[in-house]
Ligand binder design. Sequence first.
Ligand code: ATP
Length: 463
Amino acid sequence: MNESSLMEKIVSLAKRRGFVFPGSEIYGGLAGTYDYGPMGVLLNNNIKNFWWKKFVEERDDVYAVDASILMHPRVWEASGHTKGFSDPLVEDKVTHKRYRADHLLEDAGVIAHGLSIIDMGEKIRDLKLKSPEGNELTEPKVFNLLVEAGIGAVEGQKESVFLRGEITQGVHVNFKNVLDSMHPKLPFGIAQIGKAFRNEIVPGNFLFRVREFEQMELQYYIKPDSMGGKQHYEYWKQFSMDWYEGLGIRPENLRFRQHEEHERAHYAQDAWDIEFNSPMGWKEAWGIHHRGDWDLRRHQEYSGISLQYLDPNTNERFTPSIIETSGGVGRAFLFVLLDAYREDSLGGETRVYLALSPKIAPVKAMVSPLLKNKPELVARAHEVRALLKKVHSAIAWDDNGNIGKRYRRQDEIGTPFCITVDFDTLGERPELKDTVTLRQRDTGAQERLTVSDVAKRIHLAIQ
Ligand code: ATP
């Protein structure tokens, strides 16, 4: 399977099986937006819940917040987003299509990270770079990615605000509130999951680059001393990788990459990405950044409110440093699908399945009666499903078409187990009474088990 066709297959499967639809599709779509369908919502929630469990619930040193998407405009001045949150834009002089100058340069083999807008213009001229349509390009200009909105009831007097470009600032502006209400001791973290918006010049590659997306982030506040900081930093780097691997992605498709000095934000003391081996090459999935005390210091300066921490042991006051571990939910979702997609041949037919970890699979098991026109089979199958639902609520029912078709549908959404209730379950052969057929997604292998053994099997698999 070639790489671009893998992405096409994922996009088509996502639509066909109710994972992801193009945003506002019946109106022709809206670029850079997607809607999650019934299966997508389940998978997305499972990814977020797994993050929440590991980064928040299982820890005593992490607090949660859920900040507003709309924030005071000064937040974005303090964070530097109104000035610096931009991408370099060039336009095809004939088609007026817009491109990112850094991406066109990178496609031409130039390392564009860290180049100024003027340097990029010079490079484009030196290399006589053209647009992908073969036309002349305009000079690059700075394009701010913040999405603007107007709030207020009176037309013409609306206040202009930004939809948050990252969820990070919603955490930092609540640092003092968490300190004052929960009295945590340093080091501690504040976690959040929420939507962010970016006016991406060229959204694309399905969910990889969109204009509205969700982020999962932990901001971990530490005492600003370089040795302790390094240990915390290494800890969160590995913790984040372990989490990403915990999604069931094959470890050979994940790697760390340290940012070069010129790629790093001026305040960042260190920055590493976790990258995924995607059809577009190795791409950023996650970022772990040592942000120094930049955010708190700036908000302190711009708000005039002290965001310092008073160490109860030493009575020392200082502005904590921050280690951030952050990633996109949609990107994780896309990478999970890309990694899990499989085609093989089963029973002489080509089949498609998603080798999803049972932990995050949208449906854990499907129960069906062998024949849907036999009331006694249907009734028993409903009882079996009700029993299995005690293990997990996501136990599906399917009595449509023949068994083979039902299996194929479940394979395509990554359901790890299919359970069939037949006449033996009812006791046709007394020695098999109360047993069912359990079919494994990845191998297609089938075995006969009691319902309580099936329940145990599902319980173990989803831990
Ligand atoms: P890029 O260089 O790809 O534009 P970035 O370095 O600006 O991304 P960050 O600001 O570090 O990205 O964002 C944190 C995380 O949010 C990323 O690792 C990614 O998972 C996710 N993310 C960022 N931009 C987008 C987007 N446009 N669509 C989907 N997810 C995104």
